[in-house]
Design a protein around this ligand. Structure first.
Ligand code: GLN
Length: 305
């Protein structure tokens, strides 16, 4: 197994040359585009890793899975899906265009930026610190890493330059999707995107989802099986943005990518996989990470379909 994973990382390392590091968030543009790593944690507790598996990166859109989970736990399904839809968009993750034209006017799903910002507004707490604090504690618990924290530079960089997200949030406030103070909501969103992790952390989170919302080492049930399933289903239909259909065919497991270069993948009942490669394709997915997942899926017959 270890040798196989080493070979898969080596084989895909050339792919990083085909991608580009995200630079629309200035702090992200400083990372080495050649990094490539993977961690696989299986339900028996075995951990395999290779390459730059211990390099740190920020969760970015990967955080949208767990913020959705918390919003569902806090509010129930009915309230959440009154505000956000369940359909893939076919547009870029930060697209603004359908916000106004959809009837009723609401973001199409919780994995695009607009949807995730609406979801952040539903997390309970008396102010943005308390809301984000609850989300961070959840991340620490399910990643089995109580040291997780935000990368302050990335957080401030995104807060300073996140005008497209800000525009969508103010629009959603205007039409009543967001009921809270917009800057407070954005603060929670920018912070969740800036949580710093490595491949092992997201492999653990993936394994927790694979294990139906139960932490495998402790047996603690953190969320219902139904909510864990909802999150995984969104990962299949919308997790790789407007490349989700192709990814379902080529890899075939629930996955969520982020512009920091990470992809968290879930093999139901079996394993969590974390990959990191900051060179992204034109849709914002890690090129090398995608390649590693495609090869792992082929090698171990992981597709759920
Ligand atoms: N923080 C990023 C943004 O809001 C998250 C997007 C992503 O990872 N695709 O633009």
């Amino acid at each position: 197994m270890q040798e196989l994973i080493d070979n898969i990382v080596k084989k895909n390392s050339e792919l990083t040359k085909k991608g580009k590091v995200a630079d629309y968030i200035p702090a992200l543009s400083k990372v080495n585009p050649d990094y490539l790593g993977v961690a696989v944690k299986d339900s028996k507790g075995n951990l395999y890793y290779s390459g730059d598996y211990n390099k740190k990166f920020t969760l970015q859109s990967i955080s949208k899975t767990i913020s959705l989970m918390l919003a569902l736990m806090d509010n129930g399904e009915e309230k959440v899906f009154e505000k956000v839809g369940m359909e893939p968009t076919g547009d870029a993750f930060n697209s603004i265009i359908k916000l106004e034209t959809m009837v009723p006017s609401k973001p199409l799903n919780p994995m695009i930026n607009a949807g995730a910002i609406a979801i952040a507004s539903l997390i309970k707490g008396k102010n943005s610190e308390e809301k984000f604090g609850r989300l961070l504690s959840l991340f620490r618990k399910i990643s089995r890493n109580d040291k997780l924290d935000i990368n302050e530079e990335v957080y401030l960089s995104e807060k300073r330059t996140g005008d497209r997200n800000r525009a969508m949030a103010y629009f959603m406030k205007d039409v009543g999707i967001i009921e809270e103070d917009v800057e407070e909501v954005l603060d929670v969103y920018f912070k969740q995107c800036s949580i710093e992790v490595d491949c092992v952390d997201i492999a653990n989170i993936g394994l927790f989802l694979a294990n139906r919302g139960i932490i495998p080492d402790t047996g603690e049930q953190i969320t219902s099986e139904h909510i864990a399933r909802t999150v995984k289903t969104f990962m299949v239909t919308c997790g790789m943005y407007n490349a989700s259909g192709e990814f379902a065919i080529k890899v075939g497991v629930p996955a969520k990518s982020g512009v920091g270069g990470g992809i968290m993948a879930v093999v139901p009942h079996k394993m969590g996989i974390g990959v990191f490669g900051p060179a992204l394709d034109e849709k914002g997915n890690s090129v090398g990470g995608y390649g590693i997942l495609r090869d792992l899926s082929k090698e171990f017959n992981l597709s759920i379909f």
